[in-house]
Each structure stands twice: as structure tokens, then as C-alpha cells.
Write a protein that binds this ligand. Structure first.
Ligand code: FES
Length: 193
């Protein structure tokens, strides 16, 4: 048993649910369940299998792991007994978030110090965007992640970001919001309406 994870691993039922990173996951000894059926990347559906990130001990000793592959680089962190997985690229300008710091459930990017809630990925800073999160699964003493990223309603998310960007005159936010809506399939006419 690993300190801080007892609340998850102590359950004698091998196929029970636990909540990590704001999502239902399954802690496990058998086949896998996807926590989300799919997610989108700017409107493009990207499915991903669960991938092994490392052992719980490796994560606790290193503080963070980065899973690389054809998918987005995925950051896995442990904070106060909970495990989270996020897109490793800062949504502001892409700086690798594994170089950031973590304090009281908040991840701070080291480039411009945008702050993100680990559990939800939501930013505390209007000029940055929310960082996408993904599902985490424990299999024995191993941590697995499913690098499917996206937003439940990408078009609505970017529409709101466009309004926020325009209200606060944030050029980068406006540009990303327009690009995000286009990628999500929103027509240019609808965007300028
Ligand atoms: S790139 Fe992370 S805050 Fe700017």
C-alpha cells in the first residue's frame, strides 16, 4: 500500500470506481473501461488507448512523469495522494508544464506563471486557456493514462473564449478562439455573427 493512495487501493473490490481529475475511472485488475467514449481536438475526434505511465513509486519519487507518443505529451502528477493527467503543453503558449511547480492542487507554468487547477484543468488566469485533462487508471501499482484530450463542447467553449477575449482585448485569446471554432466545424459566418 502506498501512502496517500490508501483511499483508492484499500477497497477490496477490484473493479470499483474512483474519481480522479474530475472523471470517473476504474481501479482495476482486469480489462479496461474508457472513462470517456471519445474526446475531440479542436473538433477532430482522437481516440486513444490507455498507456502505462510508470509505477506509483516512480511517480512519487520523481514527482511527475511525462508519457510521450503519437498523442499529445501527457503529464502525470501526484499531489497530496491524488493522481492527475494533463496535456503537457501549456495552453497559453505551449511551454512544457512538467517544468512547472505544484502547490496546493495548483499547477503553475514557469514561463508566464499561468495557474491551473489540477483536478479540472481550469485556469485562474483569463489570458490563459484551460488545460485539457485525461483519464487516469490504477492497475495494481502501475499508473495508466488515456491520452484523449478535448472538450465536451469545443464550439461552445471557444465561443465563450472569443467573447472573453474581446471583452478584455486579449489578442492571443481571440486568435485561438477563432481557430478553435474553425477546427470544431463552426462556419466563419457563424463566428463573426
Ligand atoms: S506558456 Fe505557460 S504561462 Fe505562458
Amino acid at each position: 500500500m502506498v501512502d496517500g493512495l490508501a483511499n483508492v487501493t484499500a477497497d477490496p473490490d477490484a473493479n470499483h470506481k474512483a474519481r480522479y481529475a474530475g472523471r470517473i475511472i476504474f481501479v482495476w485488475a482486469g480489462q479496461s473501461h474508457a472513462a470517456f467514449p471519445s474526446t475531440d481536438r479542436g473538433g477532430v475526434i482522437v481516440r486513444a488507448e490507455f498507456l502505462r505511465a510508470g509505477t506509483i513509486q516512480e511517480l512519487k519519487s520523481k514527482g511527475r512523469l511525462v508519457v510521450r507518443g503519437a498523442h499529445r505529451p501527457t503529464l502525470v502528477v501526484e499531489d497530496r495522494g491524488r493522481i492527475f493527467a494533463l496535456d503537457n503543453r501549456c495552453p497559453h503558449m505551449g511551454f512544457p508544464l512538467d517544468r512547472g511547480s505544484i502547490e496546493d492542487g495548483i499547477l503553475i507554468c514557469h514561463w508566464h506563471h499561468a495557474r491551473f487547477d489540477l483536478a479540472s484543468g481550469c485556469t485562474f488566469d483569463l489570458w490563459a486557456d484551460d488545460v485539457p485533462t485525461c483519464a487516469v487508471e490504477l492497475r495494481g501499482d502501475e499508473v495508466w493514462v488515456q491520452p484523449e484530450f478535448g472538450r465536451p463542447d469545443a464550439a461552445a467553449y471557444w465561443r465563450q473564449r472569443l467573447e472573453e477575449g474581446m471583452a478584455h482585448n486579449l489578442g492571443l485569446v481571440i486568435a485561438k478562439a477563432i481557430q478553435g471554432q474553425l477546427a470544431a466545424g463552426v462556419s466563419p459566418l457563424e463566428i463573426v455573427r
